[in-house]
Design a protein around this ligand. Structure first.
Ligand code: TRP
Ligand code: ZN
Length: 313
């Protein structure tokens, strides 16, 4: 859904600059305009969530590591990416005596020595379908990747998307991926963006404060739509960006909150209910398609795309 996002340079800013500079100075100073980030259709993101819910329902109510619902989720995402022209790779590992998988999708082209990665964990806990945690990030990431293909985006840098397995067992899939990188390949990753729980029903708007440049990019998006953000503090290092950060790779991401309680001040600026968790269904059976705030999902899907486009251009 279209949000009122001004471009990086607003009309007012251009006029202000024009008043101070000569025409030729403006032309000289103007940076190459980045490709505009697309609007991600939230209806498409929600359609993916409906499919993930159906997969859980058909497979004992969850999409957990080592269960049929996880593999079916992986197959769903992979089929969409393959049809869209991505080069997909399944990375297999074992955790808690069960087989797990990461799905890696490379968009052909771009500088192989500058890789921008974005990832989300695709597994749920065993107690529920995991639609906010983390169907939300997985579905937004999938739709952003499909938008890369629809628009035939050809960024300067190379784009790689990842859906991680066994995050709920302690970030096993993403750690496996990072540990499997050679030193040279690790150095080629210019940044990793993480999306875990981005449509919480009583949402907050939290931005990871790990890497200043990535943090600024995500905050710029939110400033552009006039939504206040806070630094993410609900358990730093509790998602798949942690192994990347430990390996010295710049990381960032957004998050709408889990079991922590929304304060009165937060409810005043974001709406929702003070004194209640950001996600009352965190890790429980009510984490279904009803457990999503559409506005938060829409904003964060667009934030994801904004960061991917801006950082890869
Ligand atoms: N990763 C946790 C989960 O999947 C949720 C979580 C807690 C989280 N703190 C976070 C996600 C901070 C991202 C950022 O259950
Ligand atoms: Zn999660």
């Amino acid at each position: 859904m279209k949000l009122s996002v001004p471009g990086r340079v607003t009309g007012a800013a251009v006029i202000a600059v024009a008043a101070l500079l000569t025409t030729s100075a403006i032309a000289d100073a103007a940076p190459a305009r980045a490709a505009a980030a697309p609007d991600i259709p939230v209806a498409n993101v929600k359609a993916h969530l409906t499919q993930l819910q159906s997969i859980a329902t058909a497979n004992g109510g969850n999409r957990a590591h080592g269960r049929a619902g996880y593999k079916a989720s992986l197959d769903y995402v992979k089929a969409k990416l393959d049809a869209a022209g991505f080069t997909t790779t399944i990375q297999q590992f074992t955790a808690s005596s069960r087989v797990g998988y990461n799905l890696i999708a490379d968009w052909p082209g771009g500088d192989a020595n500058q890789v921008v990665m974005a990832g989300s964990h695709l597994d749920s806990v065993t107690s529920g379908a995991g639609i906010n945690d983390n169907g939300s990030g997985s579905a937004a990431l999938l739709e952003a990747a499909l938008t890369v293909s629809r628009t035939q985006y050809q960024p300067t840098k190379h784009l790689r998307f990842a859906w991680w397995g066994a995050e709920e067992l302690g970030m096993v899939g993403s750690r496996n991926y990072v540990n499997g990188l050679t030193t040279a390949n690790r150095a080629k990753i210019s940044g990793y963006l993480n999306f875990d729980m981005i449509g919480s029903p009583n949402p907050g708007y939290f931005v990871y404060d790990d890497d200043p440049a990535i943090e600024k990019t995500l905050k710029d998006f939110y400033a552009g739509i006039g939504v206040a953000t806070e630094i993410e503090t609900e358990g730093d290092g509790r998602s798949d960006h942690a192994p990347f950060k430990s390996a010295g790779i710049p990381v960032g991401g957004v998050f709408t909150g889990a079991s922590s309680t929304k304060s009165a001040a937060q409810a005043a600026k974001w709406g929702g209910t003070a004194g209640q968790s950001f996600d009352r269904c965190y890790h429980s059976s009510c984490d279904t398609t009803s457990n999503i705030n559409d506005t938060a999902l829409n904003r964060n899907s667009d934030a994801l795309a904004y960061a991917v486009w801006e950082l890869s251009d």
